[in-house]
Design a protein around this ligand. Structure first.
Ligand SMILES: Cc1cc2nc3c(=O)[nH]c(=O)nc-3n(C[C@H](O)[C@H](O)[C@H](O)COP(=O)(O)OP(=O)(O)OC[C@H]3O[C@@H](n4cnc5c(N)ncnc54)[C@H](O)[C@@H]3O)c2cc1C
Length: 592
């Protein structure tokens, strides 16, 4: 199609998806004086599940929020088969930042952004530059290590978990020796890391307590709160929720350039992985245009899907599904990465006192713990983000130069993100878990369309643990499990343990531990499916300013933009990357 005039369009920018990537990019554009239409397939959810920190498992399984993708872990013919595995994401204002575990860690990002900085010879991706991006985001409400590395006036409140002293002041009955001895034993298993968000912690080996996206009174903070404030304090932000964007509209200008100028969307329509999905429909679509640009930020699964539905992807694959090819970009949907995570659970001899009266109900009259949390304003179990301590390690192999394993420790029963895990946490009050996470794993998967309709499900293959490098990832995790088992054999904690229950006592040989890893590996940091890369890389989808190659006025800014899965926990990385993207978008607008 030839290009329509967009000079009378109501909005400067259209942003598709309001999660860590899209929501924060939209916020920066509003701050810079532009008008934005922010479209999301979900709606605004502000319930106990999304605001009370330790209700995040409930939020993950909340039918009002969850997008429950299905994927295959291993390729056909591999010795283990795990197909149609549940993989939760969230659709709502704020995206996954409204149901995630709130862990806010910048550490581990250095080697990943160095790859990007070197790739483009661009210091604005350096670790130092990313820390500067972080300072404009952060409103530190805790006492950080080196204040020079922190921000205190940004839009995102960051707080730590309640300390033993705070819990004691709140209600000493919450504490028992089991909890205190758990913390003491884990903390004393390595050098202390005082602040995972200080630059000096980036590659540090040791144990520390991460901080969380939480307010001063221990409620979830997220990009959603910033967006809601911007919407009410300016007239430049418009939300269009419960709306599925079905295509990016493109045209060819008089000079032969392909340009994005708007989007097609369907109101009141959801994705096939939502519990609200009632079947594929003939969609009643409308269109909206933008004066300047379209920013796709629909997450690592749906951003590549939306590009493909718009004719941007591998030509042969698009034709197979009857989609007219706009740009042949074979990298769209490739390079799928995630962290590898594996849990081990120990049963305690007694229930943890801090769980007393806590049953994770949504009505305070049915849950004394929730009533206390909401009414007293003091911390209790529910004030906690997703873990209490983390151990950063470096695998003992000469070729490994950076920390590559994180063990996160929590006094809950957590097998991973499997269906029903929120009930397991609610019902088991006598367990502790160590999750072993492999940073920079070797697996590279992909996603493909199964049809050309926006409500056709995606085919997703994680492709874990392939070849020698894949087996080495398994070995690295196996050795990490041996480490955590040794840690919890130490006193004062060891005498509180009844037994290891997942995988269980007796699973001590290398083969048995590896079997546990293959059978129960999970992940929840999917990314990299529209990777940035240099001109020489045929699979690069985006250039260094997040522009989709071959299409003007179209960018992708979310977890899919990364070439490599970042850090140990990625949300802080997505936020700083979005800051870098917004700088580029605003600079281009000023230059125009
Ligand atoms: C259970 C869980 C726990 C996690 N815990 C942590 C943690 O503690 N710390 C951490 O650092 N990371 C954590 N993560 C990871 C982190 O939350 C995500 O990596 C991050 O939020 C991804 O951001 P995003 O912007 O790429 O996409 P998302 O947050 O997924 O946002 C995408 C948005 O786009 C919308 N959308 C999709 N398709 C369309 C369409 N076609 N039209 C309109 N809208 C559309 C969706 O509704 C959604 O709101 C967790 C993830 C999960 C799933």
């Amino acid at each position: 199609a030839s290009c329509p005039s967009t000079s009378n369009s109501e909005y400067d920018y259209i942003v598709v998806g309001s999660g860590a990537g899209g929501g924060s990019t939209a916020g920066y554009l509003i701050d810079a004086g532009f008008s934005v239409l922010l479209i999301d397939a979900g709606h605004d959810v502000d319930t106990v599940n999304t605001t009370v920190p330790l209700y995040f498992p409930n939020a993950v399984e909340d039918p009002d929020l969850v997008f429950g993708y299905k994927l295959d872990e291993f390729p056909e013919g591999f010795k283990y088969q795990r197909n149609d595995v549940w993989y939760p994401r969230s659709g709502n204002l704020g995206g996954c930042t409204r149901h995630n575990a709130m862990i806010n860690v910048l550490a581990g990002m250095g080697p990943d952004v160095d790859i990007v900085a070197d790739m483009f010879e661009d210091d604005s991706f350096s670790r130092d530059a990313m820390q500067d991006q972080w300072k404009r985001i952060e409103r530190a409400l805790y006492d950080p290590g080196d204040v020079a590395d922190h921000g205190f006036d940004g839009w995102l409140p960051i707080n730590d978990n309640p300390s033993i002293a705070e819990l004691n002041a709140s209600n000493p009955a919450f504490l028992d020796d089991q909890l205190i001895d758990f913390l003491t034993t884990v903390q004393s298993s390595g050098e202390p890391i005082t602040d995972f968000n200080d630059l000096s912690a980036d590659n540090a080996v040791g144990v520390g307590a991460p901080v969380f996206t939480k307010t001063a009174d221990h409620r979830r903070s997220s990009v959603r709160d910033w967006l809601v404030a911007l919407e009410s304090s300016t007239n430049r932000l418009t939300f269009q929720l419960d709306t599925l964007v079905t295509k990016v509209l493109t045209c060819t200008d008089d000079s032969g350039n392909i340009k994005a100028y708007g989007v097609e969307y369907a109101e009141g329509v959801t994705v096939p992985v939502s519990p609200k999905f009632t079947g594929k429909q003939d969609l009643d679509t409308k269109t909206v245009t933008a004066k300047r640009e379209i920013i796709v930020a629909a997450g690592a699964y749906q951003s590549p899907q939306l590009l493909m539905l718009s004719g941007i992807g591998e030509a042969a694959h698009l034709k197979e599904h009857g989609i007219d090819v706009v740009v042949d970009l074979p990298g769209v949907g490739q390079n799928l990465q995630d962290h590898d995570e594996i849990a081990v659970i120990w049963e305690l001899k007694e229930d943890l006192a801090i769980f007393e009266g806590c049953n994770f109900k949504s009505d305070p009259e049915e849950d004394a713990c929730l009533k206390y949390f909401l009414e007293s304003g003091k911390p209790n179990l529910y004030s906690f983000g997703g873990l209490v301590l983390a151990t950063a390690m470096k695998t003992d192999r000469p070729e490994v130069t950076d920390t590559d394993i994180v063990i996160y420790w929590s006094p809950v029963h957590f097998q991973g993100f499997v269906p029903g895990f929120s009930q397991e946490i609610a019902q088991n009050h006598n367990a502790v878990t160590a999750v072993h996470l492999k940073a920079r794993p070797s697996s590279r998967g992909y996603l493909r369309l199964t049809g050309g309709h926006p409500q056709d499900e995606l085919y997703i293959l994680k492709n874990r643990f392939q070849g020698d490098a894949g087996y080495q990832d398994v070995v690295d995790l196996r050795e990490a499990i041996k480490h955590s088992r040794e840690v919890l054999k130490q006193e004062p904690f060891a005498s509180h343990v009844a037994s290891e229950i997942f995988p269980g006592e007796g699973n001590g040989t290398d083969e048995e531990i590896e079997d546990h890893i293959y059978k129960h590996i999970f992940g929840h940091h999917v990314c990299c499916t529209n990777a940035m890369g240099p001109d020489s890389d045929k699979l690069a989808v985006l250039d260094q300013d997040f522009r989709v190659r071959g299409v003007q006025n179209l960018r992708v800014v979310d977890a899919s933009s990364w070439p490599i899965v970042p850090a140990y926990f990625p949300t802080a990385s997505h936020l700083v990357l979005a800051g870098r993207a917004a700088d580029a978008i605003i600079a281009d607008a000023s230059a125009a």
